[in-house]
Design a protein around this ligand. Structure first.
Ligand code: 2NE
Length: 269
């Protein structure tokens, strides 16, 4: 039974047994996102990061017909997607970075359309589980847009350069089995089994060491994300070091206004 963690206008944010679920709630437009949708998702992701009881995050869309159809073209204006504050934004790029850097696994649960910027959202998730009715593709060059960031480079790492160029240059749509064949999703299940399977995968992940998962996620990112990826991995190394008596000796010595004594700590080969 999913319990509501916080009320929003354009997303649902719920929790069950260590799992948070962030669900775009605009099924009338196949879960296209506005700047507000994205702002709310970023807020929910921040809560997921800070909340100790959350170990895994599911990203999905309401209605069973779409995961997400990308940016809402009806609010696309001069220079970006325009919300109530009249400022043109591409804040989904911030959300993509957040999905990659949050130190907990993020699982895309995809029913129906994962298209355009919605497709990129599932691509940047750590794992993707698809229903048999899932359809994948990019539309940018059809509608006057493109995502040359993770949407191009990370997609190419996932499916290979030739396939990624095909996906963007032809703007074809691919069914769930084709997505599985090209390594774009981890598993395909009947629609009625989608949530059950995703939750089962999340529960398996929750049994694992959270620090090991954290280190692994940042290690996978480090190879691809340049300085930002190395910073993430190094931040985790600092976290581990802070847990050690050796690091605590340095801090304590400073606070006690004495010389630190690091002599008792081992110099590993
Ligand atoms: C997804 C797709 C292929 C589904 O087609 P179909 O025929 O099943 O549904 P339909 O009738 O097109 O859509 C149902 C309703 O949802 C709206 C439609 O306009 C329609 O509304 P009504 O006619 O019933 O009033 N709708 C669907 N997607 C929407 C969208 N993205 N924005 C606003 N309204 C949308 C088909 O719907 C489709 O191709 N959708 C558009 C996909 C798309 O081009 N997305 C934007 C890509 S660019 C992007 O996301 C992006 C980026 O490239 C870079 C940075 C940030 C974002």
């Amino acid at each position: 039974m999913w319990e509501t963690l916080k009320e929003y206008k354009e997303i649902l944010f719920t929790f069950q047994d260590g799992i948070a679920k962030i669900s775009i709630n605009r099924p009338q437009v196949h879960n296209a996102f506005t700047p507000l949708t994205v702002k709310e998702m970023i807020d929910a992701m921040n809560i997921c990061r800070d909340e100790e009881k959350i170990g895994v995050i599911i990203l999905t869309g309401e209605g069973g017909k779409a995961f997400c159809s990308g940016g809402d073209q009806s609010v696309r204006g001069h220079g970006g997607y325009i919300g109530e504050d009249t400022v043109p934004r591409l804040n989904v790029l911030d959300l993509q970075k957040q999905i990659r850097s949050i130190p907990k696994p993020v699982v895309a649960m995809v029913a129906g359309w994962a298209i355009g910027g919605g497709h990129v959202l599932h691509v940047v998730c750590d794992l993707s589980i698809a229903a048999e009715n899932a359809r994948f593709g990019q539309t940018g060059p059809n509608v006057g847009s493109f995502d040359g960031g993770f949407g191009a480079s990370y997609l190419a790492r996932v499916v290979g350069q030739k396939k990624a160029r095909e996906i963007w240059f032809l703007c074809d749509q691919y069914n769930a089995e084709e997505a599985l064949d090209m390594g774009l999703v981890n598993k395909v299940v009947p629609l009625e089994k989608l949530e059950e399977t995703t939750v089962a995968w999340c529960k398996k992940i929750l049994e694992k060491s959270p620090l090991a998962l954290r280190m692994l996620k940042s290690s996978f990112n480090a190879e691809l994300d340049g300085q930002a990826g190395i910073q993430e991995l190094a931040g985790n190394a600092t976290l581990l070091y802070y847990l050690s008596e050796e690091a605590k000796e340095g801090k304590n010595a400073f606070l006690e206004k004495r010389k630190p004594d690091f002599s008792k700590f081992p110099k590993f080969p």
